[in-house]
Design a protein around this ligand. Structure first.
Ligand SMILES: NC(=O)C1=CN([C@@H]2O[C@H](COP(=O)(O)OP(=O)(O)OC[C@H]3O[C@@H](n4cnc5c(N)ncnc54)[C@H](O)[C@@H]3O)[C@@H](O)[C@H]2O)C=CC1
Ligand SMILES: O=C(CO)COP(=O)(O)O
Length: 238
């Protein structure tokens, strides 16, 4: 079972799920555990939920028996594709939430819009490139709950805020300064997703994902995030 919230796109135009790569390499079925599970809080024993997703739910039930405690509640689902995509792509949205904090301070309406538009882009990405998943997955811990916790806590938000507030520092500087040897996933995932979308000619359908990548590269300023969202397809195509 993989807990990695990332994607795999070495060929640039062939985005793959890490659980699929692990399944192929190890020749054994690999599912995922994804959820609103900021590690420090899990370690402290604070109550939370998680989602275990396996195509064969019996495998998920085995992991549930091993891992569930009174304060770590596990739901088992079959939709491993959407669960994993939620876990990976929410890191881009959390970085955007951090940019919002860095540029505007704690504006909760603005951050809520970023979370909603980010979720729309996650769903559109999943429907387009990994069809067949279930809408119900977005209501599990791996969906909206992980988006919420990551956009208010979490490393991606933290580094995103500092990156937006201090335009002279690089992402590497801030990662070293703020994460005590840990790594940042959102900026790398934004780059991988952007490379993939550019190959497919679909960047315009994902203004939030695209803007986060451009901001990470310092090719547009952090405040341009909101400009990018003003003409979001969610507003113009409906
Ligand atoms: N820390 C948290 O709150 C949570 C983390 N996760 C996920 O768990 C995974 C690991 O996170 P942490 O342990 O917190 O991060 P970390 O930054 O403490 O550790 C990441 C490790 O992965 C290694 N690594 C990075 N890229 C690699 C590559 N291409 N090949 C091989 N090794 C590589 C790094 O050298 C490092 O040792 C991430 O995908 C993260 O999104 C999931 C839920 C919660
Ligand atoms: O995935 C996480 C919480 O569920 C952790 O998010 P960060 O990597 O942003 O800390």
């Amino acid at each position: 079972m993989s807990l990695v919230k990332g994607l795999y796109n070495p060929e640039k135009n062939n985005m793959r799920l890490l659980s699929t790569v692990i399944t192929e390499k190890l020749k054994t079925p690999c599912g995922v555990l994804m959820g609103a599970n900021v590690a420090n809080e899990v370690a402290e024993g604070a109550f939370c939920e998680t989602t275990i997703a396996f195509q064969d739910e019996n495998h998920g039930e085995v992991f549930k028996k091993l891992l569930q405690t009174p304060d770590f509640r596990v739901n088992v689902i079959k939709d491993a594709k959407n669960a994993e995509l939620c876990g990976a792509l929410k890191n881009i949205v959390a970085f955007a939430a951090g940019i919002c904090d860095g540029v505007y301070g704690e504006k909760t309406n603005t951050k809520a819009a970023i979370i909603r538009l980010g979720l729309c882009e996650i769903m559109h990405f999943a429907d387009t490139f990994f069809p067949g998943g279930s809408r119900e997955t977005y209501l599990e811990s791996c969906g909206v709950a992980d988006l919420i916790t990551s956009c208010f806590g979490g490393r991606n938000r933290k580094v995103g805020e500092a990156f937006a507030a201090c335009e002279t520092k690089t992402l590497d500087d801030l990662t070293k300064e703020l994460l005590a040897g840990q790594q940042l996933q959102g900026a790398g995932t934004a780059e991988e997703v952007n490379t993939f979308l550019a190959q497919k000619g679909k960047e315009k359908e994902y203004p939030l994902f695209t803007a986060v990548h451009q901001i990470c590269k310092r090719s547009i300023p952090p405040k341009a995030l909101i400009d990018a969202l003003r003409n979001h397809p969610e507003h113009t195509d409906k």
